[in-house]
Design a protein around this ligand. Structure first.
Ligand code: PGA
Length: 243
């Protein structure tokens, strides 16, 4: 199964500059890992033109076109050369109030437009501490189980516990492995059977220091990396740790 390593730059750029960053990570032997860079919208085309990586947008509109000031449609992203789109990131859900229904609409539109969705799910600390993780994640996947899922050649799931994003508090490899079992169970229940083996990534304060613990259980299909992805050396060290 293919593995993915995704750099989510969020609203940042690598301090060394986009071209130098891409030249640095482009030198890595990809092995069986697809490297994906998700820059802010205005830099999508530039990253595509530099080449060497797969390119994802960080978000898209839930509408195909029209009077939606400030929005960007999935077809515009395709035109810029993006092949994937991150959907349902917790920062979108929490800071921009995206509901499961909005995310389901974005998912449907991304699929019809031919963008590979990278669907983020994950619980907050209250849910984790009160033992409701399995149900919470199952509900998120259930609301994303739209009719057109079958039309998507591939959908990547990113398990990103909110309490571990940008906090420096990483989930242990054991906890992630246990949670991935719950996610696979929910996929089997609510999604078409061909997604039983959909790639499931982990995201949340991944660094070169904790990647070994995370990969030890052998069940994670890659990582969605925020902070550490802005430094090409750190991103390459995470890649090297994905053996
Ligand atoms: P982080 O972000 O690696 O900075 O925790 C991950 C993400 O938000 O995708």
């Amino acid at each position: 199964m293919s593995k993915y390593l995704i750099a989510n730059w969020k609203m940042n750029l690598p301090p060394e500059g986009v071209e130098s960053y891409l030249a640095n990570i482009g030198g890595a032997d990809p092995r069986d890992v697809t490297m994906v860079v998700a820059p802010p919208y205005p830099f999508l085309r530039h990253v595509v033109e530099c080449g060497g990586v797969s390119v994802a947008a960080q978000n898209c509109s839930d509408q195909p076109s029209g009077a939606f000031t400030g929005e960007v449609s999935p077809s515009m992203l395709r035109e810029c050369g993006a092949d994937s789109v991150i959907l349902g990131h917790s920062e979108r859900r929490n800071l921009f109030h995206e509901t499961d229904a909005v995310i389901a609409r974005k998912l449907a539109l991304a699929i019809t437009t031919g963008l590979r969705p990278i669907l983020c799910i994950g619980e907050d600390l209250r849910v984790r501490d009160t033992g409701g993780v399995s149900r919470f994640l199952a509900d998120q996947l259930k609301t994303a189980a739209i009719d057109t899922l079958e039309d998507a050649p591939e959908i990547i799931i990113a398990y990103e516990p909110i309490w571990a994003i940008g906090t420096g508090r990483v989930a242990s490899g054991t906890l992630v492995a246990e949670t991935l079992v719950e996610i696979r169970n929910a996929l089997a229940r609510f999604w078409p059977s061909r997604f039983a083996k959909a790639p499931i990534l982990y995201g949340g304060s991944v660094t070169p220091d904790n990647v070994a613990d995370l990969v030890e259980h052998g069940t994670i299909d890659g990582f969605l990396v925020g902070g550490a992805s802005l430094d090409a050396r750190k991103f390459l060290a995470i890649h090297a740790g994905m053996r």
